[in-house]
Design a protein around this ligand. Structure first.
Ligand code: GUN
Length: 282
């Protein structure tokens, strides 16, 4: 069996076209959605990510501001910038790219963002809303994964989903979203005794660890859906995920590639959250 591909580029194109139409409608009513992206320091991967986010704003007709600050910026200076953006009516979403330099308390910085503008969905108010099922912004990467499952018409109710990774950005919110759809959810992590025993039971596997070759074909139940959130480099410097794609695609029913899978959908959901924030500001 060769798995069917869930094409994140194609789904992103469709979704962004729809977002662009909604942006146009808002603009006709006199409101242009605006996103502020803050990058502190000179992490090269982060620089690529923020450039792609700003580019996506342009493509969907949104206004964006990119602020790049040196790693020597103080936490107090960053908090002051966030306060200014919180009260800037042309800005509906604020994103502080992570990781931040070591002298900053990332959670304190995130909590400074107004929950109304927390388009990353990392604020404790957003996390609490997701957990309790109240309205709020959902983190973009797991939300993109849910849209990918939706795109193939996958019914999660009663299925077993195994999430590998327990980060606040992906693993934990992913588990909540799957639970909201009535899947039975297992969260695995670095202390899980027998990962393979868990993944072999999974109808859906979400790999979100950042470890190349973590999920191999012998760990996947035939026909399972495999979503690869990993962003790693192989020995030739080529982008790859956490899943051994060549092996697993021979066992799985559906699989997301890297690149061209979850990555573009993450940015697409950021656009969707920013548009929602703008619409809610009316
Ligand atoms: N660093 C890695 N992923 C993300 C993300 O989704 N948002 C932000 N702000 N930083 C990140």
């Amino acid at each position: 069996m060769t798995a069917q591909l869930i094409d994140g580029n194609a789904l992103s194109r469709e979704t962004r076209a729809d977002i662009a139409r909604r942006v146009q409608t808002l603009k006709e009513r006199g409101l242009t959605p605006g996103l502020a992206v803050i990058l502190v320091g000179d992490d090269p991967a982060s620089a690529v990510y923020v450039r792609n986010k700003v580019k996506a704003c342009g493509e969907t007709g949104m206004h964006s501001v990119l602020e790049t600050w040196p790693a020597s910026m103080t936490e107090a200076e960053l908090l002051a910038r966030i306060q200014a953006l919180n009260s800037d009516p042309s800005i509906h979403g604020i994103l502080v790219q992570l990781p931040l330099p070591g002298h900053m308390n990332a959670q304190k910085v995130i909590e400074a963002i107004s929950p109304d503008k927390d388009v990353d969905g990392f604020h404790v108010a957003s996390a609490g809303a997701l957990m309790t099922g109240l309205p709020g912004f959902w983190p973009c990467t797991p939300h993109g994964c849910m849209k990918m499952l939706e795109s193939i018409g996958y019914e999660l109710r009663g299925k077993h989903a195994v999430v590998i990774g327990r980060s606040n950005i992906v693993g934990k919110p992913m588990a909540m979203m799957l639970l909201h759809k009535s899947a039975t959810v297992t969260i695995c992590h670095s202390a899980t005794a027998d990962l393979k025993a868990m993944t072999l039971q999974a109808d859906v596997i979400v790999a979100a660890v950042g470890k190349r070759g973590l999920v191999t074909a012998d760990m996947v139940k035939p026909g399972a859906v495999v979503l690869d959130v990993g962003m790693n480099r192989d020995e030739h410097g080529k982008l790859c995920g956490d899943v051994d794609f060549a092996g697993v695609r021979e066992v799985a029913g559906w699989i997301t590639p890297v690149p061209g899978g979850v990555g573009p959908m993450t940015i697409t959901m950021l656009m969707a959250n920013t548009l929602d924030a703008a619409e809610q500001s009316l």
